[in-house]
Ligand binder design. Structure first.
Ligand code: UDP
Length: 331
């Protein structure tokens, strides 16, 4: 079997590459290294079954030749994070929408047997129902969420029009070792682990009672590989979650340390919680890593965050200015 992973040097991508190599697949990685890090694949260096191509999915001609003979495509390359998506919507559209278009066309031309798209639970915005089923209304709250949703619509349209064998999997708050560390203010784990390493208080948003469906990255990798291998997944949009929802206060309790409070951000849900009954009944998939074990494993790999930026209430207020400016207005 030959699999291709876009974004394979990124956080979720590198774990997916590990899982595929462990299954004996030949693996082709496409990554432009804009947020992916080659170090995420360092431990696979010299593996004859792995080839890494530094190429941009937004440039069709850079990637076309790489899909030859590929069985499964995992399309994980994308720009993430909320604030930069508000500041640079064109870059997000280019990577997440044009890039997805190019990956679909290259995959279709090469006759790949399956494509699994990494969609985002942010498409639900602030949902009406918890746990949230796939049938919930789509309400993107910022350009990142919108562009990931548009990518999902492309993928599903290719299935409808061309019979292209695609699946869209909607991830809920993925965490785990190698979660991206860049200059951007982003996902809570990177922020808190850098604060822990520097003996600084955790910047808890609001009162910390809000909850997230924190899903461990190896469970995500396992879910998308399961989806690729099962015909029942073709043409489906499926949530992938942990089966629970955990408060920020609980996370702080597990990490241990002091707290400082920062204001609640506009447009953010008080809860994310996937209804995973669809993927469970269609594919028999279920998550394996408990929140407690996942957090313990993050702590075991905490050195990864030594070079991560250290955030405090002031630098967060500065970094999230545009968030409050554009999403905080009435109506
Ligand atoms: N959060 C926090 N402090 C931070 C960053 C995030 O308390 O410095 C909280 C945030 O309010 C949310 C959760 O952590 O409830 C997850 O935030 P993240 O930005 O990782 O994901 P998202 O809000 O997009 O689900």
């Amino acid at each position: 079997m030959k699999s291709l992973v876009t974004g394979g040097a990124g956080f979720i991508g590198s774990h997916t590459v590990d899982a595929l190599l462990a299954l004996g697949h030949e693996v082709v990685v496409i990554d432009n290294l804009s947020t992916g890090r080659p170090q995420n694949l360092d431990h696979q260096k010299g593996n004859p079954k792995l080839s890494v191509h530094v190429a941009d999915i937004a440039e069709a001609e850079e990637i076309e030749g790489l899909f030859e003979g590929v069985d499964w495509v995992f399309h994980l390359a994308a720009l993430a994070d909320i604030v930069p998506s508000i500041q640079h919507p064109r870059a997000y559209y280019r990577s997440n929408v044009d890039g997805t278009f190019n990956v679909l066309e290259a995959s279709r031309a090469a006759g790949v047997k399956r494509l699994v798209y990494a969609a985002s639970s942010s498409c639900y915005g602030i949902p009406d129902a918890y746990p949230t089923p796939e049938t919930a209304e789509v309400r993107p709250e910022y350009p990142y969420a919108l562009t990931k949703w548009l990518g999902e619509e492309l993928v599903m349209h290719w299935h409808k029009i061309y019979g292209f064998p695609a699946t869209s999997t909607r991830f809920f708050n993925v965490y785990g070792p190698r979660s991206r560390t860049s200059g951007t203010y982003g996902a809570v784990f990177g922020v808190f682990l850098a604060q822990k390493l520097n003996h600084k208080p955790y910047t808890v948003v609001g009162d910390g009672t809000q909850t997230r469906d924190f899903t461990y990255v190896t469970d995500i990798a396992n879910a998308i590989i399961t989806a690729a291998g099962n015909d029942a997944a073709i043409g489906q949009r499926m949530n992938v979650g942990s089966g629970g929802t955990y408060s920020i206060n609980r996370l702080v309790e597990l990490l241990g340390g002091e707290i400082t409070y920062i204001p609640k951000r506009p447009g953010e849900p008080d809860c994310t919680y996937a209804d995973t009954s669809k993927i469970n009944s269609l594919l028999g998939w279920e998550p394996k890593v408990s929140f407690e074990d996942g957090v313990a494993n993050m702590l075991a790999h905490i050195d990864y965050w030594r070079e991560a930026p250290l955030w405090d209430p002031n630098s967060i207020a500065e970094a999230t200015k545009d968030w409050f400016k554009y999403l905080g207005k009435e109506g």
